[in-house]
Design a protein around this ligand. Structure first.
Ligand code: NAD
Length: 481
C-alpha cells in the first residue's frame, strides 16, 4: 500500500481508499484516507520547516528543485506507467504530462533566484530615509490538485511556492494519488528538507476541507471544479488566507473564412480530445463562419473518426489513434446526459455519440461531434468534461464573439484567422484569461494562465506566478546621519 509523506516520513491512516484503473475498473492499490488529524500533522510539519526553508539561499533552493526534476526524470518510464493506469491516459499523453511537469519544475527552480524587491527614495520630512519593498514568502501553502493532470497541476503549485521559500502540504485527487506520492518522494530524496513538501491523501470533503480551513495554511492553491472553488473560498475567506482558484472552462474557438482549415481542424481535434476531453482549457464550443462551415466540419469529422477508445496501454492500429477512458463512471454519465439533452432538443450527432461497442467495462465514451445544439442546451451552458464538441455556424465576427462570451466561464479561447482586425478584436473582446491565435490550446509555463468569471481567480505559470507566492512588506529606513 502507498503511504502519505508527512515531515519527511511515510505515514498511514486508520482507514484506506482504493485506487482503481478506469480502463479495467480493477483496484490498483490503496492509499491512506487522511483526515483532519493527518492534515494537522502535515501542516504542523510544514510550519516548522518554514523557518529554515524560507531563509535557505535561493540558489540552493533552485539547485534542490532541479536535482528533484533530474531524479523524477530518471524514473520516467515507471511514472508514466503509473499515470497511465491510475488516470487512464495513453502513454504518449502521460509522457507529455511528465515532460511538462519536468519543464515546469525546472522553469520555477530558475525563478528562485529572481525574486526582486524595490528601493524607493523618500522625502526627508522626518529626517533622511529610504524605503524598501521586500517580497517575502507567505508560509504554509495548501495545494489541492484534481485528477485530470495530476503532475502538471502539482508542478504549477509546488514549483513557484517552494522556489519562493514557502512550504507545502499537497492533496492529490483521491483517485490519482499514486504517481504524485512517488514524485514527491523523489523530490524529497533529492534534498528537500523534512516538512518542506508533504502529501496527504484523502477525500475532498475530509482532507481537502481540513487543509483549506487550517488556521496555519496562509495560502490555498486550488485547481478543480467551479463549485468546489466556491467552497474553498468559503473555507479560506474567514481567516483571509490567500487563494488562487483555477476552475472549469468552456473555451470557445472561432474559425474565420480565411483560416487554414487543415491546421484548425487538427489543433481543435487535438485540443478537444487530448486526455479524453478532460482538459480545463480544451476548445469546448466551435463557432465556424458559414463560408467554411461544411469544409471545416468534413475535415474535423475525418480526424475525429480516427480515434479509437481503448485502454491506454494498448496501442491502436494505424491509422487509428488511441483515446483512453473517462476517468470516472459518474462523469461519463453526466456527459451522456448533457449530450442527450442537446439531441432531445434537435441537435444532430455527426460522429460518435455513446459508449463504444464491446467496451462495457471501463468508462469509455466515443469521441463525438454534435451540431445544431440549442445555445441554451447543457453542452453549451455547462462544462463538458469529456470528448464531445458542439460545432455552430456563425455569420460574422460580431455573432461569434457574442456567442463566445455568452458563458459563465472565461478560461481560454482561440481564433483561426490571419486578419489583423479579427485578431485584434478577439484578443481585446473575448472574455477569457488567454486567447490563442492560430494555436493549439496549451498552457505554456512561460505565459501567465488563469481564468476570469466562473473560471476563477489568480494566475499560474509565468514569472507572474511568483507574485502569487510572496507577500509585499514595506520597510522605511531612517537614522542615516
Ligand atoms: P474537484 O473540484 O472535484 O476536485 C479537485 C480537488 O479538490 C481534488 O483533490 C478533490 O479531492 C478536492 N476537493 C473536492 N471537494 C473538496 C472540498 N469540499 N474541499 C476541499 N477540497 C475538495 O475537481 P475534479 O473533478 O477533480 O477536476 C476537474 C475540474 O478541474 C474541471 O472542472 C476542470 O475544468 C478543472 N480544471 C481547471 C484547470 C485550470 O487551470 N483552470 C485545470 C485543470 C482542471
Amino acid at each position: 500500500m502507498a503511504e502519505m509523506l508527512i515531515g519527511g516520513e511515510r505515514a498511514g491512516a486508520a482507514d484506506t481508499i482504493a485506487v482503481v484503473d478506469p480502463a479495467t475498473e480493477q483496484e490498483l492499490d490503496r492509499v491512506p484516507r487522511g483526515g483532519r488529524a493527518e492534515v494537522d500533522r502535515a501542516v504542523q510539519a510544514a510550519s516548522a520547516a518554514f523557518a529554515s526553508w524560507s531563509r535557505t539561499d535561493p540558489g540552493e533552493r533552485a539547485a534542490i528543485l532541479a536535482a528533484g526534476a533530474d531524479a523524477v526524470e530518471a524514473e520516467a518510464a515507471a511514472l508514466v506507467d503509473s499515470l497511465v493506469h491510475e488516470q487512464g491516459k495513453p502513454p504518449l499523453e502521460a509522457r507529455g504530462e511528465l515532460s511538462h511537469f519536468l519543464g515546469g519544475i525546472r522553469y520555477y527552480a530558475g525563478l528562485a533566484t529572481k525574486v526582486r524587491g524595490a528601493y524607493q527614495p523618500l522625502p526627508s520630512t522626518f529626517g533622511p530615509a529610504y524605503g524598501l519593498v521586500v517580497r517575502r514568502p507567505i508560509g504554509v501553502v495548501g495545494a489541492i490538485v484534481p485528477w485530470n493532470f495530476p503532475l502538471t497541476l502539482l508542478a504549477n503549485k509546488i514549483g513557484p511556492a517552494l522556489a519562493a521559500g514557502n512550504t507545502v502540504v499537497a492533496k492529490p485527487a483521491e483517485t490519482t494519488p499514486l504517481t504524485t506520492l512517488r514524485v514527491a518522494e523523489l523530490l524529497i530524496g533529492a534534498g528537500l528538507p523534512a516538512g518542506v513538501l508533504n502529501v496527504v491523501t484523502g477525500f475532498g470533503v475530509e482532507a481537502g476541507e481540513a487543509l483549506a480551513s487550517h488556521p496555519l495554511v496562509r495560502r490555498v492553491a486550488f485547481t478543480g471544479q467551479t463549485s468546489t472553488g466556491r467552497r474553498i473560498m468559503e473555507l479560506a475567506g474567514p481567516r483571509f488566507a490567500r487563494v488562487s482558484l483555477e476552475l472549469g472552462g468552456s473555451d470557445p474557438t472561432i474559425v474565420c473564412p480565411d483560416a487554414d482549415l487543415d491546421e484548425a481542424a487538427k489543433s481543435i481535434a487535438i485540443g478537444r480530445y487530448w486526455n479524453a476531453g478532460q482538459a480545463c482549457l480544451a476548445p469546448k464550443r466551435a463557432y465556424v463562419f458559414d463560408e467554411v462551415y461544411d469544409a471545416f466540419l468534413d475535415k474535423l469529422a475525418g480526424r475525429v473518426s480516427r480515434y479509437q477508445p481503448g485502454p491506454g496501454w494498448e496501442k491502436a492500429e494505424k491509422p487509428h489513434i488511441r483515446i483512453g477512458p473517462l476517468h470516472l463512471a459518474r462523469q461519463r454519465d453526466v456527459l451522456a446526459d448533457q449530450l442527450a439533452d442537446a439531441v432531445d432538443r434537435g441537435a444532430k450527432v455527426v460522429v460518435g455519440g455513446g459508449v463504444p461497442e464491446g467496451r462495457d467495462t471501463g468508462h469509455f465514451f466515443e469521441p463525438t461531434i454534435v451540431v445544431d445544439a440549442p445555445h441554451d442546451s447543457r453542452v453549451v451552458r455547462e462544462e463538458t468534461f469529456g470528448p464531445v464538441l458542439p460545432v455552430f455556424r456563425v455569420s460574422d465576427l460580431d455573432e461569434a464573439i457574442r456567442l463566445a462570451n455568452d458563458s459563465d466561464y472565461g478560461l481560454g479561447s482561440s481564433i483561426w484567422t490571419t486578419d489583423a482586425k479579427a485578431i485584434h478584436r478577439a484578443t481585446q473582446e473575448v472574455e477569457a484569461g488567454i486567447t490563442w491565435v492560430n494555436q493549439l490550446h496549451y498552457g505554456y509555463d512561460e505565459m501567465p494562465f488563469g481564468g476570469v468569471k466562473g473560471s476563477g481567480v489568480g494566475k499560474e505559470h509565468g514569472v507572474e506566478s511568483l507574485d502569487e507566492y510572496v507577500e509585499l512588506k514595506s520597510a522605511v529606513v531612517g537614522g542615516l546621519g
